[in-house]
Every structure is written in C-alpha cells, then in structure tokens.
Design a protein around this ligand. Structure first.
Ligand code: FMN
Length: 328
C-alpha cells in the first residue's frame, strides 16, 4: 500500500505470519531516471523475504528495465500494478487504465516476464467503471502473456474504496485461469478469509487495510487463535514501528508519516479516543514515545524483547521515500 507499506510494515507483517509481503508501488519512470527517492524503494532487508516489489508505468521497455532493477535488488517476485485508480497515475496511462488497453497491458507483461527470471504477477481492479467485468477478459490474456499469478481487487477504479469487494468475480476469474489467483479486498478476519477462500477457490488472500496498526489480525488470519493484544503489546509494537520508520525515512519525514498510524494502533477500543488526538499534536517523536510509555509503563520491557528479536541490519538505515502516489 502506497504511503503505508514501508519496510517496517513489511517486516512486521512477516513477523506476524504473512506468507508474502509487497512493497509500495514503485514508479518505473522514477527507476529509469535513477531518481534517488525512487531507488530507495529497492532496499530490501534480509528478513522480508519472500517479498514482491510492485512497479507501475505504461511503457513496456521502461517497465522491463524497472523489473530488471527490482530483480537485481533481490525481490522474489515482480508485481505489476493494473489497479491504481488515482488520477495522477491513470492520466499517465498506468495503473487501472491499462485494463482498458489489453494489447498494451499484455505487451508490458510480456516484456517484463522476458526481462526477469523471477515470477511476474499482476494486480488488477475489476475494471474502470462500476459493474465492469473487464478483469475477466483481460486476466486470461495476461496469463498468456506470461503472468504467473493474478491478484484481483474486485472493485472498480471509479469505486476507489467505497462499497464492497465483489468476490463473486474472483470466483469467476479462478475458473478462467490456471495460475494462482489472490483475493484482495475486505479481508478483515480469519472467518472472512476462510469464507472468501472457500467461495472463490482463490489460492491466497491479501490483507491490506486490516493490517494497518494491527499485525495481530494477520496472525489471526494466518491461523493463530484470535489473540487480542494488551495495551503494553500495542504500545511496544507502535514504538518499534516508529523507531524503524525513523531509520527508514529520517526523523522529519517520519514525524508526519506516522501520524496516521497512531489512530490505527490506538483505536479499536484499545485506548480512549482523545489519546490519539493528544499524540498527533505533540511536536516530536520523542514526546510521543514518552507519552506512550506513560500510558503503558510495562511496554518498555515488551519493547526490549522485541528489539532484541528484530535487530536491524545496515540496509534499513537508508533514506526511503514516502510515495506521493497512492492506491490500487
Ligand atoms: C492507502 C492505500 C494504498 C494502496 N496502495 C496500493 C498500491 O500501491 N498497489 C496496489 O496494488 N494496491 C494498493 N492499494 C490497494 C490494496 O492493495 C487493496 O487491494 C485494497 O485496499 C483492498 O484490500 P483491503 O480491503 O484489504 O484494504 C492501496 C490501498 C490503500 C488503502
């Protein structure tokens, strides 16, 4: 998820049982221009594998070059974005618009699959307009072009994130292709994951928003028995996430970036509502940490254990960018 799936988020997901994690979407034009910030997306830590790095763009040649860079950086899979509904991306002919240009969409997959030895996957929306079934006609063509797996988020681009993901379409896609299909959209619990797997025949589910500030949901979906975290665990994970994000983004960028995470971690009835408001207004991350530990003093010991178990390598010290794009 653009603006969310920083390295700290992906490493946390792996720790809590995600079988595969994915980077934010990375601009192939940015990679092609050796844009320093874009290159920052290609820093991969040892404990992230298996990791997919997602690229977006509209030129087969440039996408192939980007895919080679992604492979060289150590990604286990290259994912291609045909889902992003954001205008900034679609107006360049990338993201979800490619669903309406199957020859180009296939040419990109062909060029990328030709360029790399690792598997190539595609992530799609159902189509551009509400009720669209474009993914069902384009999906099999993408497989013929070389896609080893497809992820479907069965909302239209127009819908953005409103309404519900219509996984009856996922079931139809599973029938049409002989590669694994991953179901994305509204997977928020183990019960939901089981229902979607059972009714669609999908090979896997992808968890997006439900994992924001809630790695425990990943653990639950992955099969651990519904452990709900204590306040100490929540604070310890949040502080670890803050510290890792500072290492990735630098203090200044991390300070703004992290604000949306406070609500995600502290909501869900874990802390009273005004607490989040208070944190958002504190001037420095050190103030935020102090306030968090004041609210849950025993979190310090939990954090110590976590930090011991998740020691970071040099590769996480780099200045990673925050995506200015966003969405799929
Ligand atoms: C903030 C945000 C950023 C996203 N960025 C991407 C992205 O970069 N690439 C992508 O394929 N999907 C992206 N998505 C879409 C998600 O991968 C997922 O398909 C969608 O949110 C539905 O799943 P969920 O209900 O589990 O969140 C993004 C979603 C959100 C909310």
């Amino acid at each position: 998820m653009a603006g969310v799936s920083v390295q700290a988020f992906r490493r946390q997901g792996r720790r809590y049982g995600a079988g595969l994690v994915c980077s934010e979407m990375v601009s192939c034009a940015g990679l092609s221009h050796r844009n320093e910030r874009t290159l920052g997306y290609l820093r991969i830590a040892d404990d992230e594998h298996p990791l997919a790095v997602q690229i977006f763009g509209s030129e087969p040649r440039v996408m192939a070059e980007a895919a080679r860079m992604v492979e060289a950086a150590g990604a286990d899979l290259v994912d291609i974005n045909y889902g992003c509904p954001v205008k900034k991306v679609t107006k360049t002919g990338a993201g979800a618009t490619l669903l309406d240009d199957p020859p180009r969409a296939c040419a990109i997959v062909e060029a990328v699959a030709e360029a790399v030895a690792v598997p190539v996957m595609v992530k799609m929306r159902r189509g551009l307009e509400n009720g669209s079934r474009t993914a069902l006609s384009v999906g099999p063509q993408l497989v013929d072009a070389g896609a080893s797996a497809l992820t479907l988020h069965p909302r239209s681009a127009r819908q953005m994130y409103s309404g519900e993901a219509d996984h009856s379409l996922t079931a139809e896609l599973v029938e049409l292709v002989d590669v694994p299909v991953i179901a994305s959209g509204d997977i928020t619990s183990r019960a939901r994951a089981e229902a979607v797997l059972a009714t669609t025949g999908a090979a896997a589910v992808m968890v997006g928003r439900a994992a924001q500030g809630d790695p425990w949901t990943i653990a639950e979906i992955a099969g651990e028995n519904g452990h709900r975290p204590s306040r100490e665990e929540v604070v310890a994970e949040l502080v670890l996430f803050m510290r890792e994000t500072v290492r990735e983004l630098g203090e200044e960028r991390a300070t703004g970036f992290l604000k949306k995470f406070y609500g995600w971690y502290l909501g869900k009835g874990r802390f009273p509502k005004p607490f989040k408001q208070e944190l958002v207004q504190l001037p420095t991350l050190s103030d935020v940490e102090t306030r968090l530990f004041a609210a849950a003093p025993r979190a310090r010991a939990v954090l110590e254990t976590l930090e011991r178990d998740t020691a970071v390598g040099d590769e996480t010290m780099l200045d990673l960018p925050i995506s200015i794009y966003g969405g799929g």
